[in-house]
Design a protein around this ligand. Structure first.
Ligand SMILES: NC(=O)c1ccc[n+]([C@@H]2O[C@H](COP(=O)([O-])OP(=O)(O)OC[C@H]3O[C@@H](n4cnc5c(N)ncnc54)[C@H](O)[C@@H]3O)[C@@H](O)[C@H]2O)c1
Length: 338
């Protein structure tokens, strides 16, 4: 979240009315929520009028005549929208859903292809709320939007557990198909369409588990490692056609799928502790990375394996420091400090 830099009395240009009532008497939202509202409004490039009152932290001035039915209606609708956004931001969000919303916000027409149509429908509702365009698809995407420029291969799951001596080989085959072959199949159908446009971007979803050892599973890190090499191979094969293929490797993000697998507070904290920032990542962090890789600003980037992990793969900060080495100090006479 960005820090607020508004000064008391500062008024931001207002084009369309957006009312938030947070005066002393009418604290619709608590302080952190009001700050979050401003962050959301700024992130969405919404114009709004803001005034800070002395004695009220981040108060937002309600501008408008509440006796006027229209102005009151706009206020109520604005509040409802913001409340929905609060709910939305408060809860965990899947990497796919966050990515779809961010792409739609940038004007992409998003085809939401998901095994769980109900979840995809909910993503569509959130995109609708944002004024974006999307469709829940079980059939042919090209038929609906005419063409495809971007493919984000997100589907993936923990799958079969157990080591080589224990795991069920049928489950292994099934899960390899879900995590890896599904990306090949999607790309197989999309690449010929993208070719017609002379440009395109594919992003494959791997994981830090594809980069590092130590995952308790065998299936998951193996499939995620395969996706990394698949990305590099695809980037080489399709680079000459101006189709960029990149890969993101999220660290441990709290998503509905993760929560659904039984997550205690201790486990959640242990996952957070693995990264250098000691902060929990979200689907939004992953989504913004994918958004960038799909954008024209990334037009010279292909074959990149991008960790989005709060520094998890950069190293650990828990190594005990040794005493300073004194040789250079003695020879040069410059004291070691720290
Ligand atoms: N959550 C993490 O910590 C984390 C970390 C690294 C990588 N990832 C990767 O991110 C991707 C999304 O995971 P998430 O945690 O955001 O999950 P999520 O909460 O978004 O749920 C997964 C989604 O995939 C859909 N899905 C599952 N199997 C499918 C299938 N066979 N066909 C079509 N749709 C299917 C589900 O319906 C659901 O909508 C996965 O590839 C996962 O491996 C997640």
């Amino acid at each position: 979240m960005s820090m607020l830099r508004f000064k008391p009395g500062m008024v931001v240009d207002q084009i369309e009315p957006l009312f938030l009532s947070c005066s002393e008497e009418d604290h619709t939202f608590d302080g952190p929520s009001r700050r979050m509202a401003l962050d959301i409004l700024q992130a969405r490039n919404k114009t709004y009028q803001l005034q800070l009152f002395s004695g009220v932290e981040h108060g937002l001035a309600l501008r408008g005549n509440m006796d006027d039915a229209y102005e009151r209606y706009v206020k109520e609708q604005s509040l409802r929208g913001i409340v929905q956004w609060f709910d939305f931001w408060k809860w965990e969000i899947g990497n796919g859903r966050a990515t779809a919303i961010l792409l739609a916000r940038k004007g992409a027409k998003v085809a939401l292809v998901d095994y769980n149509v109900g979840w995809a429908q909910e993503t569509k509702n959130l995109i609708d709320l944002d004024g974006g365009q999307s469709v829940v698809i079980q059939a042919d995407t090209v038929e609906t939007f005419g063409t495809v420029h971007i493919l984000v291969n997100i589907v993936g799951f923990g799958g079969a557990m157990g080591d080589v001596t224990k795991l069920d080989l049928d489950a292994w085959d099934r899960d390899f198909k879900i995590n890896v072959t599904s990306m090949v199949m999607m790309s197989r159908h999309v690449v010929p369409e993208v070719r017609k446009n002379g440009r395109g971007a594919i992003v494959n979803m791997s994981s830090v588990s594809g980069l590092l050892g130590g995952n308790p599973s065998l299936l998951y890190p193996t499939t995620k490692g395969a996706i990394i090499q698949m990305t590099r191979a695809m980037a080489a094969q399709h680079g000459p056609e101006n189709i960029r293929v990149n890969c993101v490797c999220p660290g441990m993000v709290f998503t509905p799928m993760v929560r659904g697998r039984g997550m205690t507070d201790e486990m959640r904290q242990a996952r957070i502790n693995q990264n250098l920032l000691k902060q929990e990542g979200t689907g939004w962090d992953v989504g913004y990375a994918i958004l960038f890789l799909c954008s024209k600003e990334a037009k010279w980037i292909t074959g990149l394996i991008m960790p989005v992990d709060g520094g998890t793969t950069a190293g650990k900060a828990d190594r005990p420091a040794l005493k300073p080495d004194t040789l250079a100090e003695q020879v040069k006479g410059i004291p070691n400090k720290g």
